[in-house]
Design a protein around this ligand. Structure first.
Ligand code: PPE
Length: 307
């Protein structure tokens, strides 16, 4: 059963290929060893047409991820930018999620990644709210994962390397099977890092706090939230957080391209604040959705128009 909303074309190594024909060989290196890097990007409908949110920043991070993994992307920044725009147009998507993947392809087996052919694909499809409409509106229930986030010298936190995501998938499945919506992960020192595919913020006494950048993915939504807070005069700091600091926070929310801005109303069966999305969460969430839909002109340079 496929629940993915299929589109018409996928961009693969320089050309548009029909969705169902965008296939790889069984012995693709990345399929066996996780040797790939990816991005998650969203495009939204604005009054000036479809606009991709911070596309240049996402492509830059894709190149950084490849650099960390030690692989060379066989295209330029501009080529992948143009390919993304071309793909959205060809698929006639007004709003979509975009998934570029740079992967070690077929031709070599064994762990040595150095001689593998590097391939690049980009898919785009219609993807609704990641943690549910209800979750974005009223907040989700989260659980602290029993699996630790990988040590910073085990898996590189600055890179969206496919193999890193097994750690997230373990924690996500555990949370879902236990009846929660999402898992929050602690690092190997016991401090809060991030959720399986989202960065984390809390609000305490009107101060916005996020976990230190060093141990988490440098989220583009996270960066956007920090800049919104700055523009709105909301005090922000980065700080190491323990799990019980989450329990007693006034507000907790998660940020990510897929999850957008999702409030957390409960962690480990403890109500956060009054159990409803807090004032600062709602304020930032509203501004974020206004920005991505082109209604807040202060951040217009974050939008890359498709036409
Ligand atoms: N941390 C992790 C581990 C992560 O994967 C993401 C994005 C973030 C933080 C937030 O980063 P940003 O999207 O730049 O704000 N996770 C992507 C993958 C989700 C998936 O299930 O696939 C995403 O949100 O697109």
């Amino acid at each position: 059963m496929i629940s993915l909303q299929e589109a018409k074309w996928i961009w693969l190594n320089g050309s548009l290929v029909p969705w169902k024909k965008a296939q790889v060989h069984f012995l693709t290196h990345a399929l066996h060893y996780g040797t790939a890097v990816f991005e998650g990007i969203r495009a939204y409908k604005t009054e000036r047409g479809t606009a991709v949110f911070r596309l240049k920043d996402h492509i830059k991070r894709l190149f950084n991820s490849a650099h960390v993994l030690g692989i060379e992307v066989p295209y330029t920044n501009q080529q992948l930018y143009d390919a993304t725009i071309e793909l959205i147009k060809a698929n006639k998507l007004e709003e979509c999620y975009i998934r570029p993947l740079v992967f070690l392809d077929y031709g070599e087996m064994g762990l040595n990644p150095l001689k593998c052919k590097v391939s690049v694909g980009i898919a785009a499809w219609s993807w609704g709210t990641y943690l549910g409409e209800e979750g974005i509106k009223n907040g989700i229930r989260a659980k602290i994962a029993s699996f630790s986030r990988s040590h910073v010298n085990a898996q590189m936190t600055k890179a969206k390397i496919s193999g890193n995501y097994v750690n997230s998938a373990l924690a996500k499945a555990e949370a879902i099977l236990a009846g929660y919506d999402e898992a929050i992960m602690l690092d190997t020192n016991g401090f809060v890092s991030e959720a399986t595919g989202e960065n984390l913020f809390i609000v305490r006494d009107s101060v916005l706090i996020s976990t230190p950048k060093a141990t988490v993915l440098e989220g583009i939504t996270r960066d956007s939230v920090i800049k919104i807070a700055e523009a709105e005069g909301i005090k922000f700091k980065e700080e190491k957080l323990t799990r019980d600091q989450l329990y007693i926070a006034d507000e907790v929310f998660l940020t990510g391209t897929a999850a957008e801005i999702t409030p957390v109303r409960e962690i480990d069966n403890r109500t956060i604040g009054n159990g409803k999305p807090g004032e600062i969460t709602r304020k930032i969430q509203k501004i974020f959705f206004d920005i991505v839909r082109g209604k807040d002109k202060r951040f217009n340079d974050w939008l890359d128009l498709v036409k």
